[in-house]
Design a binder for this molecule. Structure first.
Ligand SMILES: [Fe+2]
Length: 248
């Protein structure tokens, strides 16, 4: 009987040690996870909500293009952007600050972060209820810079057609308050510190073929001509005024 009791005590002792070690190890791991969470802030962006339905930009942009563009392309850029950010030592918390300092980030952040940011601007500056911009400050500014609003549209369209391959066409404002039209390749944008012409985007138009091919096939000119029917000039004007007011 005594032998049995001694054996049970030894077993209890071994089991007890093992449990304590597991507990300590588990606590250490949890602590490590928590500390990692505190020191490595998790930044994940989300897809902005569309303020209109997929079919509401017809006949200028068709429903199927809108749905694929938003749910597949934009979502794809967002997923890859979040994934790319999870692998870098993040230094900036907002997408704008990431764009402004893009030169310190890897190409995966540049391409997918640009794709995420650019498309967010694009959806916002389109609208099924496009109204005349004639009474807006941005209209006066554009007319002053380009001689007339029609001249601006011609110059914008012509530059869009000149872009080789995929990219974007922009109306932006530089740090001196001068508006300008520019094109960027792939998913670059004027906010990036690597862009030739840098500024705050006011109007973003996607000229990748996926933005228009189902409706307009290879006729980029037709897509650009039709896009003027669905521009949300209130949004463009607000971006312009936000910049002007920030300088006051
Ligand atoms: Fe796109």
């Amino acid at each position: 009987m005594r032998k049995i009791l001694i054996f049970a005590a030894i077993l209890l002792s071994i089991y007890g040690c093992s449990s304590t070690k597991e507990l300590e190890s588990s606590q250490k791991n949890n602590l490590q996870v928590n500390l990692d969470g505190m020191t490595n802030e998790k930044i994940q962006f989300e897809l902005p909500k569309l303020e209109y339905s997929f079919d509401s930009l017809e006949p200028y942009i068709d429903k199927e293009t809108m749905q694929i563009h938003y749910e597949k392309h934009h979502q794809g850029y967002l997923n890859k952007f979040n994934d790319a950010l999870s692998k870098v030592d993040k230094k900036h918390k907002t997408v704008k600050d990431i764009m402004k300092n893009i030169s310190i980030y890897p190409e995966s952040v540049r391409n997918n972060g640009g794709g995420f940011y650019n498309h967010s601007l694009y959806w916002e500056n389109l609208s099924p209820k496009s109204e005349s911009p004639e009474n807006l400050d941005i209209y006066k500014e554009i007319s002053k810079k380009y001689g007339s609003f029609d001249n601006f549209k011609k110059e914008f369209s012509s530059l869009a057609l000149s872009l080789f391959g995929s990219g974007w066409i922009w109306l932006s404002i530089d740090r001196n308050g001068e508006i300008f039209i520019s094109i960027t390749s792939n998913q670059d944008n004027p906010l990036m510190n690597i862009s030739k012409q840098q500024g705050i985007p006011l109007l973003a138009i996607d000229v990748w073929e996926h933005a228009y091919y189902l409706k307009h096939q290879n006729k980029r000119g037709d897509y650009i001509s039709s896009i003027w029917n669905i521009i949300n000039w209130d949004v463009v004007n607000k971006r312009y005024l936000d910049f002007i007011n920030s300088k006051k």
